[in-house]
Design a protein around this ligand. Structure first.
Ligand code: XIL
Length: 665
């Protein structure tokens, strides 16, 4: 079902006011689009706040419009099928299940590292008439069978993580909605539905979902009481969905955060499941601004309560929104306009999630416990306790002042860890050090405590040894490199050598990985088939360091053991003209980790793949090749990953795909 074919216009919230013609007279003809955001996607910002940000997906544009797909995959970390998992889509006739739209959306989410929220199992709307006319016993059986099949179809797919088990069971006064479910089965259908969903998937998060429950009111209090009762009875309910279909003309529920918090206190998580904020048409800048403020308020309410796991926007572009079809004279409820340009509401969400350019004015905390150790005549090693920051600490500045008092602290280095070694100091000399933390927005913390260091008495020796020469690799294994070099000379005496290593064949930083008192060193614990560069420098007793030697590049041997893999396909469910193979288990049968795999199999004549998840599928004739989607490429010895796919076949044909084989990579 597309968003254009709403079968029943359901009245929602207050009756829409028919003032469109009047408002049109005051229309602002052109609204400037916001500049496109090249900046951080919403999903990255949300992840930094430990929240998901999602959208309701419509199957049509997802299949047909690349502009829609690009935004969908770039900006969002979560997907809710807008219609494709509803009863009329998944079981239009009794016990005839169709997952084509649902599988399409799940495959898209899997390919884009997104999670899916299943919507919805038991609802009075978009449910076929054959269900509505059943008697009590048959209706209960049909409900349990529907839940077992739909939840079961996705139970082994890690992408589908949660379900709206029941939807909209309350009326506005806090009574149960007089739906065919309630009128036929009584309120017990609710607990039964949750138990059936848990039986079909032991891990999925199971939710109750409704509208007009964003603030504290009679309806949300009825929901609160029901969740409390169900939990008390041991009914498996994990979360509460606040649909959050708001309109600027009815005001913002100012106690939304308080409402989320009271649900959280019951031990359930809360999700904003269907956020849209419609305006009385036409758009004006003033209405856009009010709408943007409401979006800000919703994001802030969710951010303020850790049990609020995230926000799903009910679509993202005004080109595809249920609002104009459902609420006459209202529209423009989403964060992109009909031409996929961001609106002020997008910027509101972006900024509230912490993405605003100048949004972060909070400095990190000051580093604590600054201490010095290992002070020689020329160096000292500093370490401190990490700072914290609302966004993230990006590094530390190390400041130094001369002597034990007076003078000025100046930056002498920086570190992205909580330690730093300051070299090139003078013997028998005092220095004071402080450290401060920085964040990405350029805020710097207050300075740490001050530590005073006095270098050891020098011997008066300030002459460094000569640089080691003829550095060579004398042997490599898959995990080690043996190095040797010619001895350095020194006016007093060489006491040892530092061995420095940088990653790869260019770039990166050389860091000390060991030391040696001889002219050889074996560096171990390396990764197989990997390149490293080494340098060596000489030290003397006074701490003078030589210049570094020449650089030698080493590539470790390929790893030991062999990689190998097997593929096994399991037909999960089948019907007259199609079937689902899930999982296809790809097992590493070798003794070394594999970093890629290729599974091939054959489709019987007339069979075509209609959907897939967790695998990159290419089809040539009847031969199918599947490669990893990225995150499931690497498999340890003995471990397995999986993918799945759906096939349509000629009616009456009972053959299934076969001949599964696996090779690496
Ligand atoms: C709406 C869809 O957006 C429309 O495309 C469809 O025609 C009707 O349903 N509450 C819900 C959603 O739980 O499933 C509804 O979605 C919007 C209200």
């Amino acid at each position: 079902m597309t968003h254009r074919s709403v079968p029943v216009v359901r009245s929602r919230r207050l009756a829409p006011v028919a003032v469109a013609a009047l408002l049109a007279a005051f229309a602002v003809p052109v609204l400037a689009a916001e500049p496109a955001h090249a900046a951080t996607p919403l999903r990255t910002l949300a992840a930094a706040k430990n929240k998901f940000i999602g959208f309701a997906a419509a199957t049509g544009p997802l299949a047909n419009e690349s502009a829609y797909r690009t935004i969908a995959q770039t900006e969002f970390s979560q997907v809710t099928p807008e219609n494709a998992m509803k009863w009329d889509a998944t079981e239009p006739n009794s016990n005839q299940f169709n997952y084509s739209g649902a599988d399409q959306i799940v495959a898209f989410a899997a390919a884009n590292n997104q999670v899916v929220h299943g919507h919805t199992l038991v609802w009075h709307s978009q449910t076929p008439s054959w269900v509505q006319s059943l008697g009590a016993s048959a209706m209960r059986t049909a409900m349990n069978n529907h839940i077992a099949n739909v939840v079961g179809h996705f139970a082994s797919n890690p992408v589908v993580q949660s379900w709206d088990v029941v939807n909209e069971v309350f009326d506005e006064n806090g009574g149960y909605r007089s739906s065919f479910w309630y009128n036929t089965l009584g309120a017990s259908f609710i607990a039964d539905a949750f138990r059936a969903a848990r039986a079909a998937d032991a891990d999925a998060k199971l939710c109750i979902n409704d509208y007009n429950v964003e603030g504290v009111n009679a309806k949300s209090t009825a929901m609160y009481n029901l969740v409390s009762t169900l939990k008390g009875q041991g009914v498996p309910i994990d979360c509460v969905g606040l649909q959050t279909h708001l309109s600027t003309q009815y005001g913002f529920p100012g106690d939304m955060q308080q409402n989320i918090a009271r649900f959280a206190a019951l031990g359930v998580t809360v999700r904003i499941t269907e956020l849209d904020i419609r305006i009385p048409m036409p758009r004006t800048s003033a209405k856009d601004a009010t709408q943007a403020q409401y979006y800000t308020n919703v994001v802030n309410a969710c951010l303020a309560v850790s049990a609020c796991t995230g926000i799903t926007i009910w679509g993202f572009s005004d080109k595809y929104s249920w609002v104009p079809d459902t609420f006459p004279s209202e529209g423009a409820a989403l964060i992109y306009d009909e031409n996929y340009q961001v609106k002020p509401s997008y910027t509101a969400v972006y900024n509230a999630l912490g993405g605003g350019p100048d949004n972060d004015t909070t400095a990190p905390s000051a580093p604590a416990n600054l201490a010095a150790s290992g002070t020689t005549s020329t160096s000292t090693a500093l370490s401190w306790s990490a700072s914290t920051d609302n966004v993230g600490v990006t590094g530390y500045d190390i400041l130094r002042a001369p002597g034990t008092s007076g003078g000025t602290f100046a930056v002498v280095g920086s570190s992205t860890t909580t330690s730093f070694t300051n070299t090139g100091l003078t013997a028998s000399t005092s220095y004071r050090y402080q450290v401060r933390a920085k964040d990405a927005a350029g805020n710097t913390s207050a300075v740490s405590n001050t530590v005073t260091v006095t270098t050891s008495g020098g011997t008066g020796d300030t002459t460094a040894p000569s640089a080691p020469a003829n550095l060579a690799a004398t042997g490599t294994t898959s995990s080690s490199a043996a190095l040797s070099w010619s001895a350095s000379t020194d006016n007093v005496g060489v006491t040892g050598y530092d061995i420095l290593r940088a990653p790869g064949t260019s770039g990166g930083t050389f860091a000390v990985v060991g030391s040696s008192t001889t002219t050889s060193y074996t560096d171990s614990g390396l990764s197989a088939a990997t390149s490293f560069r080494y340098q060596v420098r000489a030290k003397d007793a006074a701490g003078n360091l030589s210049a570094v030697s020449g650089t030698v590049t080493v590539t470790t041997q390929p790893g030991g053991g062999t990689g190998g893999c097997s593929a096994t396909g399991t037909v999960q469910t089948s019907w007259g003209n199609g079937y689902v193979v899930d999982p296809v288990t790809v097992k590493n049968t070798g003794t070394a980790t594999i970093t890629g795999w290729t599974v091939t199999f054959t489709l019987p004549a007339g069979h075509t793949i209609t959907g897939s998840w967790n695998g990159a599928v290419t089809v040539s004739g009847q031969n199918v090749t599947v490669k990893p989607v990225g995150w499931n490429a690497t498999v340890a010895p003995g471990a397995s990953v999986s993918f799945g796919f759906q096939v349509s076949r000629p009616s009456g044909n009972t053959a299934t795909a076969g001949g599964f084989a696996c090779t690496t990579p």
